[in-house]
Design a protein around this ligand. Structure first.
Ligand SMILES: *[C@@H]1O[C@H](CO)[C@@H](O)[C@H](O)[C@H]1NC(C)=O
Ligand SMILES: *[C@@H]1O[C@H](CO)[C@@H](O)[C@H](O)[C@H]1NC(C)=O
Length: 342
């Protein structure tokens, strides 16, 4: 399938449903695809999606073209930002959804101004995303770059993401995720979570974030879980990370809640273990550059801080590390000095 160069195509909400007979399917985008500019076009349809690929195996989406979600009409009425508006919307379309697709490759295209999440990967195995660009304003609400859930074997590399929410967010039931050579900013950083909101059994294993640069993001590498959650996040590697003026460079928040502090403390917690931070450099905009705020019910274990140099963004200010129920060790230079429980 080819979207030819030199043209702009207005495309209404659309699903490409498999299974398909060929073992590989090529979707080339050379031109520009734009979304309807008004939420009206979604009347009677799933408001959470625009372009969908479902049950398509061996799919390759490639090209020098662009997909424009024209999200502004949605950002202006979304409850997250405009709760006082009668008829505000909770849900807005994701530009590209890959649902139950195996062996997907997504390369080169530019995706801009999504009404909500830009790219969603759910129920997929073996996905490679490379040389992709995602761009939305810093102020656009809930516009995650790439969200992954219930998927195994996802590789994101040589990709540039700037948006109003997480550059990449990793949800539940995920394993073997590799995010390498990525530029993130503006945005909320690379997040695992939030997890365990409904008291469910979380299962997240082997997440790798390597050679990622964060520029002026509100978080850097973050793990966030709800106190009512159970299960585990195990085997996380953050390596060769650079922070430029980032608000919370390293953060584990096991007290995540709609309203900070408003969630009751519980006897449950998601167990976070085997998390390695190695080769981390740059500047922190806030005082607490390393914040390991772990569950009082199920502490974090086996956390390693290895070769870390974080300085304040504004010279002369102070940066510190803060530990709550965090067990682990450090190696090499670690600045600010680590604070593990013995
Ligand atoms: C960081 O982002 C700012 C815009 O917010 C940009 O001007 C600057 O070039 C970026 N720096 C790097 C090193 O990418
Ligand atoms: C840890 O989380 C608790 C509960 O939300 C909060 O009160 C506290 O300020 C957090 N600690 C840090 C250092 O952020």
């Amino acid at each position: 399938m080819l979207v030819p160069d030199g043209n702009t195509f207005l495309v209404h909400p659309m699903a490409f449903d498999g299974p398909c007979k060929p073992t590989t399917i090529s979707f080339m985008i050379s031109g520009i695809i734009i979304a309807p500019d008004s939420p009206e076009a979604w009347k009677g349809r799933n408001q959470g999606r625009w372009l969908i690929f479902k049950d398509v195996d061996g799919l390759s989406v490639d090209g020098t073209g662009m997909i424009d979600g024209r999200g502004k009409g949605w950002w202006d009425i979304i409850c997250a930002k405009h709760g006082h508006l009668p008829g505000c919307v909770k849900l807005a379309p994701t530009v590209l959804s890959f649902l139950q697709c195996n062996k997907v490759s997504l390369s080169n295209i530019l995706v801009v101004d999504s009404p909500q999440t830009h790219i969603l990967i759910t129920g997929c195995n073996n996905v490679v995303i490379r040389y992709l660009s995602v761009k939305s304003p810093e102020t656009s609400p809930n516009t995650d770059g790439i969200h992954i859930s219930s998927s195994h074997g996802v590789f994101i590399r040589n990709t540039n993401i700037g948006s109003g929410d997480d550059c990449v967010s990793i949800g539940d039931h995920t394993s073997d995720i590799y995010i390498t050579d990525v530029d993130c900013g503006p945005g909320h950083g690379v997040s695992i979570g939030s997890l365990g909101k409904s008291g469910n059994e979380v299962k997240v294993d082997n997440i790798n974030v390597i050679r990622v640069r964060f520029n002026k993001t509100t978080n850097g590498v973050r793990i966030k879980t709800w106190q009512v959650g159970r299960g585990h996040v195990r085997g996380v590697l953050y390596e060769d990370i650079n922070f430029m003026d980032v608000k919370n460079p390293i953060i584990i928040d096991q007290y995540y809640c709609n309203v900070r502090g408003a969630c009751e403390s519980t006897k449950t917690g998601v167990q976070i273990s085997d998390v390695r931070y190695a080769g981390i450099f740059g500047t922190s905009k806030s005082k607490v550059a390393i914040n390991l705020n772990c569950s009082q019910a199920v502490p974090c274990t086996d956390i390693l801080l290895d070769t870390i140099l974080l300085a304040p963004s504004t010279p002369g200010k102070e940066v510190i590390s803060s530990c709550n129920n965090a067990y682990g060790s450090s190696a090499g230079i670690v600045e600010p000095e680590s604070c593990f429980l013995e």
